[in-house]
Design a protein around this ligand. Structure first.
Ligand code: TYM
Length: 330
C-alpha cells in the first residue's frame, strides 16, 4: 500500500482553504492508502506566536481533523512534536541542504518580509527541512497539499535525492544497509479544484490564516450568522470564479452543472445559494467538533495511539539514516 502523509499548522483557525486544499481530500485517501496526518506544532513556532495558546490550538486542529471525517481506525493522527524523530532527522538533513536552496523559498521570502528582521528566527529559514523530514521519515509516496506547498515539495524531493546520492548508494550497502534507497522520493498530490482558495476580500491573494482581516476568510467553525460578507457588486472581480469553485466542491457538482445552475443568478441570489450550501456542509462538522472537544480523554487517546504507530515507522528510517551517515551506534 502506498503511504500518504500531510499536516496543518496549529496557527489561527482552520479555514476553508485548508479544508478544500487539504483536509477534505485526506478523507478519501484514508480508504485507499496507509495514511498519517499530523498537526505540525513545531512549524507553528517559526513566527512569533502565543505560547499559552499553542496546546489549545493543537487539540482544536486535531479535533477538526476528526470532525471532518479523518478516522483514527484508518489513519494515524498525531502531533508532530510527540514523535521526536522529526527533529532528529531535520538536523541530519540540514547538513546536506545548501542554504541557497532555502533562501530561494517563496514562503520564506514572503514571511520574512512581512515579519521584519527582528522577528525572523533561524527556524523560519530551515522550516522546509523540517517539512522534508516530516515526509521522508515515513518513506511517503504521496503528499496531499494545496498549491502553495508545491515549492516545498519540490525541495523535499531534492533533499531526498541529494541524501540518497551522498549516503544511500553502494557505500551504505557496504555498511550493512538494507536494499533500496535511503529515502523514497515523494510526490505532491494537488487537488484539481480547491488547491488555491482565494481571499474573500482580495481575489488576487490566497485565503490565509495570517491575513489581518477576518472578513477575508471563512473559518470552518464560524457560526452561521457570521457569513454575511459574501457581498459582490462587480461581477468582473476575480473573487467570482473562486466562489463558484467553492460552491462546486462543497456541493459535489460538476463545473458544467454549476455554470448552468448559476449563470443567470444575480449576486444576491448566488450569495444565498452559496451560504446555504456552506451551512449544510459545515454544520455536521461543527456538531461533531463540539462532541469531540467535550471528550478530552478520547482525543488524547487518539493522539497517543497515532504517535505510537508513527514512531515505529519513523524510528526505522531514522536508524537507517544514522547508520548510513556513519554514526557510531549504541
Ligand atoms: P498550512 O498550515 O499553511 O496549510 C495547511 C494546508 O492547507 C493548504 N492551504 C490552502 N489550500 C488551498 N487554498 C488556500 N487558500 C490554502 N491555504 C492553505 C496548504 O497547502 C496545506 O496543504 N508547511 C505546511 C504544513 C506542513 C506539511 C508537512 C504539509 C508541515 N509539514 C508535511 C505536508 C507534509 C503548512 O504550513 O501548511
Amino acid at each position: 500500500k502506498k503511504r500518504v502523509v500531510s499536516g496543518v499548522q496549529p496557527t489561527g483557525l482552520v479555514h476553508l482553504g485548508n479544508y478544500l486544499g487539504a483536509i477534505k481530500n485526506w478523507v478519501s485517501l484514508q480508504d485507499l492508502y496507509e495514511t498519517l496526518f499530523f498537526i505540525v506544532d513545531l512549524h507553528a513556532i517559526t513566527l512569533p506566536y502565543d505560547a499559552p495558546q499553542l496546546s489549545k490550538a493543537t487539540r482544536s486542529t486535531a479535533a477538526i481533523y476528526l470532525a471532518c471525517g479523518i478516522d483514527s481506525s484508518k489513519a494515524s493522527i498525531f502531533v508532530q512534536s510527540h514523535v521526536r524523530a522529526h527533529i532528529e532527522l531535520m538536523w541530519l538533513l540540514s547538513s546536506s541542504t545548501p542554504i541557497g536552496w532555502l533562501n530561494r523559498m517563496i514562503q520564506f521570502k514572503e514571511k520574512s518580509r512581512k515579519a521584519g528582521d527582528e522577528n525572523v528566527g533561524v527556524a523560519l529559514l530551515t522550516y522546509p527541512v523540517l517539512m522534508a523530514s516530516d515526509i521522508l521519515l515515513y518513506q511517503s509516496d504521496l503528499v496531499p497539499v494545496g498549491e502553495d506547498q508545491t515549492q516545498h515539495l519540490e525541495l523535499t524531493r531534492e533533499i531526498a535525492e541529494r541524501a540518497n546520492n551522498l549516503y544511500g548508494g553502494r557505500k551504505w550497502k557496504k555498511m550493512g544497509g538494507r536494499g533500496g534507497s535511503l529515502f523514497k522520493v515523494p510526490e505532491a498530490l494537488i487537488p484539481p479544484a480547491g488547491a488555491r482558495v482565494m481571499s474573500l476580500t482580495d481575489g488576487l491573494s490566497k485565503m490565509s490564516k495570517s491575513a489581518p482581516s477576518d472578513q477575508s476568510r471563512i473559518n470552518l467553525l464560524d457560526p452561521k450568522d457570521v457569513r454575511t460578507y459574501l457581498e459582490f457588486d462587480n461581477p468582473e472581480r476575480p473573487e467570482c470564479s473562486n466562489l463558484l469553485s467553492i460552491y462546486q466542491i462543497i456541493t459535489g457538482k460538476t463545473k458544467e452543472e454549476v455554470i448552468s445552475e448559476c449563470q443567470d443568478m444575480n449576486w444576491g441570489t448566488f450569495k444565498t445559494t452559496l451560504t446555504d450550501a456552506l451551512i449544510d456542509h459545515l454544520q455536521p462538522i461543527q456538531v461533531r467538533y463540539e462532541e469531540i472537544m467535550s471528550d478530552p480523554g478520547y482525543l488524547d487517546n487518539v493522539l497517543l495511539e497515532g504517535a505510537g504507530k508513527a514512531t515505529e515507522i519513523a524510528d526505522i528510517t531514522l536508524n537507517n539514516v544514522y547508520q548510513a551517515m556513519g554514526f557510531l551506534r549504541r
